[in-house]
Design a protein around this ligand. Structure first.
Ligand code: NAD
Ligand code: UGA
Length: 455
């Protein structure tokens, strides 16, 4: 039977649910889209001018769609939207488990299971349930089992449609995806979802696979991306001690068409809410199936990332403590163009510095300082302060760390900044964004990841 999706509900109004549904509503004006969340403050923010997610281009898409065919409602009002929906996306968080079997590695499917129960309770007729969240392979079995307990006389199909957007470029990624992946067992359900995307995604970019391949492909894609960052970061350390320059090496690697130029930027370590949790989920799956060597291989990608953050923090702390022990940290977001700092390298680095008794002066272009401050651990009471201006943050600093590649940091006036920083200040550039010529003209020494010290 040919099915058509005209009514969509999405559970989870986060970094994925909000932007993804906004783009679907934008590209499919004939489809009615309702986004539901337990977090009422988040829903209120989606309905305001201060959206809870910062993404270039998101404001415009929301302006075109909200109140037309897109609405955001609290979950206590969501039952009717689920009952009316032809398709329900599950787009809730799937964090690492903190207790029980697999704690510290396996994905916590508690939020997903709660969604499946909610759908089972309220769905009517035939409903296509779509995994948009990143799930461990075979999670669809769990969802199907819960849906089978539905007290209603409804029927269900379960599809896996993982999201590949990256934060900071979410709207561009959603509007022009490399591919859309749909895994499923029922061709009519797969076709119905493909028809939604076909309104703006070329047919050849809509990939159809089995359910388990789709679930595993998402974990594998993030693991491959994280592995590239760890690989170039491993090379960055070798560059620093040999005189090779990581950007030159990356350029050479990237011109090999088999390797390609993207994701070869040395850094202070990758961050973000997904790479670590998805790698650990993959490690857990390998261990679960007795695949010890593959588990160790993927674990090493994460271990290298932790090492990169630690060694950078240690270098900066050592320098700062020889002087007055004050460090300015420029950049708290895990990458530029987002207000997200989940698993940002800045968190571990700041905590390491605080543990060394260093006093921090923090600045970012988008991150909310109060929520960032809440994740810091300051047992030594070294203390930290937030500043909205770079010039204020670097006042009296013995070390200046650049931890996010915000465009603003590429054009800093180092001559001016050198007049407010402490004498003997050193810049530690964890993103290769500092203008070395300008810093040198201001007589500021710079340590750049993958290059080493330049005076
Ligand atoms: P998020 O934490 O920003 O949003 C999840 C939302 O779900 C929250 O607002 C939370 O209140 C809500 N929620 C949780 N349980 C609920 C329930 N039972 N009922 C209603 N609402 C509920 O998370 P996110 O960054 O949007 O990620 C969601 C999923 O997408 C994760 O599995 C993640 O791995 C995956 N993913 C994320 C990204 C990204 O860039 N952030 C990209 C691709 C895939
Ligand atoms: C990543 C993937 O790129 C998305 O495809 C995926 O959908 C998403 O995870 C997810 O599942 O959540 P995201 O984490 O938003 O997206 O951002 P990335 O651009 O991948 O950057 C991740 C981290 O790696 C950042 O801290 C970034 O600074 C770092 N990075 C990236 C490097 O250090 N070097 C690089 O060359 C690239």
């Amino acid at each position: 039977m040919k099915r058509r999706i005209l009514n969509i509900a999405c559970i989870g109004a986060g970094y994925v649910g909000g932007p993804t549904m906004a783009v679907i509503a934008d590209r499919c004006p004939h489809v009615s889209v309702t986004v539901i969340d337990l977090n009422e403050a988040r829903i209120a923010a989606w309905n305001s001018d201060a959206l809870p997610v910062y993404e270039p281009g998101l404001d415009e898409v929301i302006r075109r769609t909200r109140g037309r065919n897109l609405r955001f409602i609290p979950q206590r009002e969501g039952a009717a939207a689920v009952a009316a929906a032809d398709a329900v996306f599950i787009s809730v968080n799937t964090p690492t488990k903190t207790q029980g079997a697999g704690a510290g590695k396996a994905s916590d499917l508690g939020y997903v299971e709660a969604c499946a129960r909610y759908i089972a309770e309220h769905a009517l007729g035939h409903t296509i349930v779509i995994e948009k969240s990143t799930m461990p392979v075979r999670a669809a079995d769990t969802i199907k089992r819960i849906l089978a307990t539905s007290p209603r006389v409804g029927t269900f199909d379960v599809l896996s449609n993982p999201e590949f957007l990256a934060e900071g470029t979410a709207i561009r990624d959603l509007e022009k995806p490399d591919r859309v992946l749909i895994g499923g067992e029922t061709p009519s359900a797969v076709d119905a979802l493909a028809e939604v995307y076909a309104h703006w995604v070329p047919d050849q970019a809509i990939l159809r696979t089995g359910l388990w391949s789709a679930e595993l492909s998402k974990l594998a894609a993030n693991a491959f991306l994280a592995q590239r960052v760890s690989s170039i970061n491993a090379i960055s350390a070798l560059c620093e001690v040999t005189g090779a320059q990581v950007e030159e090496v990356a350029k050479v690697l990237g011109t090999d068409t088999r390797i390609g130029p993207k994701f070869l930027k040395a850094s202070v370590g990758y961050g973000g809410s997904c790479f670590k949790k998805d790698l650990l989920s993959l490690v857990y799956l390998c261990e679960f199936y007795g695949l010890t060597e593959p588990a160790a291989y993927w674990q090493s990608v994460q271990d290298l990332n932790e090492w990169q953050k630690r060694r950078f923090a240690h270098m900066a702390a050592t320098h700062a403590k020889k002087q007055g022990g004050v460090v300015a940290v420029l950049g708290l977001a895990f990458k530029k163009n987002t207000n997200d700092f989940r698993e940002s390298p800045a968190i571990d680095i700041c905590n390491h510095l605080l543990a060394e008794g260093v006093r921090l002066r923090l600045q970012d272009e988008r991150v909310d300082p109060h929520t960032f401050g809440a994740v810091l651990v300051d047992d030594h009471k070294a203390g930290f302060d937030f500043f909205s201006e770079v010039a204020e943050a670097v006042r009296g600093a013995d070390a200046i760390l650049v931890l996010t590649e915000w465009d603003q940091y590429t054009t800093l006036d180092w001559r001016k900044l050198s007049t407010v920083a402490a004498p003997g200040v050193m810049i530690f550039d964890g993103r290769t964004v500092v203008d070395l010529v300008a810093a040198s003209a201001a007589r500021l020494p710079v340590f750049t990841v993958g290059i080493g010290a330049a005076k």
